[in-house]
Design a protein around this ligand. Structure first.
Ligand code: PEP
Ligand code: MN
Length: 359
């Protein structure tokens, strides 16, 4: 090849490298501006600001690029800078799809979370007795549902309400789960509960109220147990994703996200199920995404349509609170469904054609 052309091509490569460095720097700064603006509660996109910046560029155009082409090019660059955050000051997050494009699949015994199949998690709000757990476990296993939830450390709004059976409750949960060969999920509220609790449960739940308890997130991040992280009561998706990042950044890759409704002005439901969170979290992260239809709605009559909506939106599974005798439940009595209601909910979900079992 002609030596001169070769030289010019080398020069071009050098310019491209510099452009890349500058473009990356631009995206990083734009991300930092976006984060600050967001934390101040201001609108993220400012068309007037983009127009001003574009005017500056075209005013100082040294040629030979014509004005229209320059505008097109910079509009493209602005769009690039506006793309979804690299939340965390431009850093690529471990939870992000940009870091890992394939779905994270979490296997716990014979349960599979993520990767295209679905799971149903059922069980009481609180562990209350062996009899209660046995009745529920028998009903669940009779229809092939093998993942049981049950809280023993309960985060209650009032200090005078039932606070859970603590470690004794977890022992009961394990005893019954072993009898019925089930996978268990239960919440822990402090790092100090973690070590003893880990012996008795398969999946640790971090409750909505503790989503931003960073010491707890770091502590579960240092275990090798799967963690079901609930979205905070008023958490933005950025905050939710960054809470998951805490767990991953501490070394634990087994994180499951669960949308459980957020607090809005709406009173007909206990919380507002943010269904758009499902496709967004699936798009932006590689983690399994579940939907808790009980705490989001707080009512029994719309569980099935909400669960169907969740699956249609791409959720990897559903959590529903069930109790052999909901009227007598020591927590969340109004939203838990009884065994017959559970059978019909499960039948409806499977009958919808949306639910896909593993295997
Ligand atoms: C629960 O799952 O029982 C619970 C307390 O849920 P949340 O943390 O979503 O309120
Ligand atoms: Mn509950």
């Amino acid at each position: 090849m002609n030596e001169h052309v070769k030289q010019l091509r080398n020069q071009l490569d050098g310019v491209d490298q510099q452009l890349l460095v500058l473009l990356s720097e631009r995206v990083r700064i734009a991300g930092a501006i976006g984060q600050t603006i967001e934390s101040l509660g201001l609108p993220k996109n400012d068309p007037a600001e983009e127009k001003r910046a574009l005017n500056e560029i075209t005013k100082h155009n040294p040629g030979p690029i014509d004005q229209a082409a320059l505008e097109r090019l910079f509009k493209e660059i602005y769009a690039l800078s506006r793309e979804r955050p690299q939340t965390g000051g431009g850093r690529k997050l471990l939870v992000s799809r940009q870091t890992k494009s394939e779905d994270t699949i979490i296997r716990v015994k014979n349960a599979v979370f993520g990767g295209g199949s679905h799971v149903l998690i059922a069980g009481p709000c609180s562990v209350e007795s062996r009899e209660q757990l046995r009745a529920m476990a028998a009903a669940m296993k009779s229809v092939g549902v093998g993942i049981m939830r049950g809280g023993a450390f309960k985060p209650r709004t009032s200090p005078y309400d039932f606070q859970g059976l603590g470690l004794e409750g977890l022992k009961m949960l394990k005893e019954v789960a072993d009898e019925y060969d089930m996978v268990t999920i239960s919440e822990i509220m402090t790092p100090s509960q973690l070590e003893s609790a880990a012996e008795y449960i398969d999946i640790i739940q971090i409750g909505a109220r503790n989503m931003q308890n960073y010491d707890l997130l770091k502590a579960v991040g240092q275990t090798n147990m799967p963690v079901l992280l609930k979205r905070g009561i008023a958490a933005t998706l950025d905050e939710f994703v960054l809470a998951a990042e805490y767990i991953m950044a501490s070394g634990n890759e087994q994180v499951l996200l669960i949308e459980r409704g957020i607090r809005t002005y709406e009173k007909w439901t206990r919380n507002t199920l943010d269904i758009s969170a499902v496709p967004l979290l699936k798009q932006e992260t590689h983690l399994p995404v579940l939907v808790d239809v009980s705490h989001s709605t707080g009512r029994k009559d719309i569980l099935l349509p909400c669960a169907k909506a969740a699956l249609a939106a791409g959720a990897d599974g559903i959590m529903v609170e069930t109790h052999p005798n909901p009227q007598a439940a020591l927590s969340d009595a109004a939203q838990q469904i009884n065994i017959d209601e559970f059978y019909s909910f499960w039948g409806g979900l499977r009958g919808s054609g949306l639910y896909k079992s593993a295997e």
